[in-house]
Design a protein around this ligand. Structure first.
Ligand code: PMT
Length: 407
């Protein structure tokens, strides 16, 4: 979390500037404070009004503003922050930073600051690949400037594809947390964690499978959050497109039975968090060859699918007599009577906590970036606000750390 942390956000010119509005929202959601400097280029893409409304603070634009200078002053502005974030960081601002230019409020504050600086570059791929930009970035990184992104993708302004898209707000905020969370980094030191994530795929034949809509965002975020607090973390993941979280040992599996084996192989651990959407059933016999429709003109009934039950990984780990993790946490995906069903599920599965979320199509939890959960424990039910999946993961990891402290 970013509780009480002060972020000085420098917004420079680029179409990605709109994403910094989401960065502000997510920092504030985590208890952080954002103060903005908006460059002349940045103001072509976002307004001071939008930045000011979201940050609930003054937006600084002019180096020679009598009022701003009398009230705060650019040196104080750059030093009062815990971290300075430049997002988006244009090729121009990187060049100025590398050569120590200070010809506007943003570059003056960047030259004057004694705090860590994070840049989130965003520009056309040709500009990012240019030797001048590469050299500037190398100089900055050598001086200790932290870089997040850019990522590969489509360029909004030109339709080109390549490296140059600004990192997503969640990734930027996670980088800030990693940088500022030093005091917390050791909270789960010497602890081992197991997390499951993503769907499982259960083969019907060599080319078809049963699956569900889990993207792995929530489970991967939990693994990353536990690792950030210092836990030695194993993530057993079904097939997803999520990047592997930094500092996490990832075991890739496909089926529920493989996931169970990988989980048992990762024991003993202090905490197990089962966020995967494991298929409850699988086809009884996967066909060895691709099932075929009858040849044109021929008629036959479609093949019937006989299902058998998969092992229950959460119940198996919860029920172990020997080597049961101190804390076993499941997730419950419900589409109706969320809390009532989850309370009963916690008892049935024998886990300590259950994180219940509504996965009705209208809510968009599967694959979405946000989640609204209820934490169900033996002591009762807590309703958490709707926040990003990263924030849910951070809060859960904090709660795990508090609980294991006394274990
Ligand atoms: O991946 P995302 O797109 O980010 O979406 C996140 C999520 C909705 C998948 C996640 O938040 C979530 O709810 N995960 C649990 C999904 C699920 O399978 O719920 P369930 O109510 O069917 O199962 C309850 C618990 O038993 C889960 O911890 C599950 O991992 C576990 N289980 C289920 C079946 C089985 N055979 N073995 C299990 O271990």
């Amino acid at each position: 979390m970013l509780d009480g942390k002060r972020i000085l956000l420098v917004v420079t010119g680029g179409i990605a500037a709109y994403k910094c509005l989401e960065v502000i929202r997510r920092v504030r959601e985590r208890g952080g404070h954002v103060r903005c400097i908006l460059t002349r280029g940045g103001a072509q893409f976002v307004t001071p009004l939008a930045l000011g409304a979201l940050s609930e603070d003054w937006v600084f634009q002019d180096l020679f503003s009598l009022t701003d200078e009398q009230e705060i002053g650019h040196i104080r502005l750059s030093r009062e922050a815990d971290v300075v974030l430049v997002a988006p960081a244009s090729a121009n601002v990187l060049a100025k930073m590398a050569s120590g230019q200070a010809d506007d409020l943003a570059t003056t504050a960047l030259l004057a600051t004694d705090k860590p600086v994070v840049v989130a570059p965003a520009m056309n791929p040709a500009m990012w690949e240019h030797p001048a930009t590469k050299a500037n970035m190398a100089v900055l990184e050598e001086r200790g400037v932290h870089r997040i992104g850019p990522a590969e993708g489509a360029m909004a302004e030109s339709g080109e594809w390549g490296m140059g898209r600004m990192a997503e707000p969640d990734a930027i905020v996670a980088a800030l947390e990693g940088l500022l969370g030093g005091a917390q980094a050791g909270l789960l030191k010497d602890r081992r964690a197991l997390v499951t994530s993503g769907p499982t795929h259960e083969a019907i034949d060599p080319v078809r499978f049963l699956a569900n809509r889990s993207s792995g965002k929530q489970g991967h975020a939990v693994a990353a959050a536990l690792a950030r607090l210092g836990a030695t973390t194993t993530l057993v993941s079904g097939p997803t497109h999520q990047p592997e979280p930094a500092g996490v040992n990832v075991v890739h599996v496909e089926t529920a039975r493989e996931m169970l084996d990988a989980c048992l192989g990762a024991l003993p651990v202090d905490v197990a968090v089962m966020a995967a959407a494991v298929a409850d059933w699988r086809p009884a016999d996967a066909a060895r060859a691709k099932l075929k429709k009858p040849a044109k003109g021929g008629k036959s009934a479609p093949p019937s699918l006989k299902l058998v039950e998969n092992p229950d990984i959460l119940a198996t780990v919860s029920g172990r007599n020997e080597g049961r993790p101190h804390l076993v946490i499941g997730f419950a995906a419900e589409t109706d009577a969320v809390v009532e069903n989850a309370v009963a599920k916690r008892r049935a599965k024998g886990c300590d906590w259950l994180v219940a979320n509504d996965v009705s199509a209208a809510v968009g939890t599967f694959g979405g970036d946000d989640n609204q959960v209820h934490l169900i424990t033996a002591d009762g039910v807590e309703e958490w606000p709707k926040v990003s999946k990263l924030a849910v993961a951070e809060r859960l990891a904090q709660r795990i750390a508090e609980t294991l402290k006394t274990a």
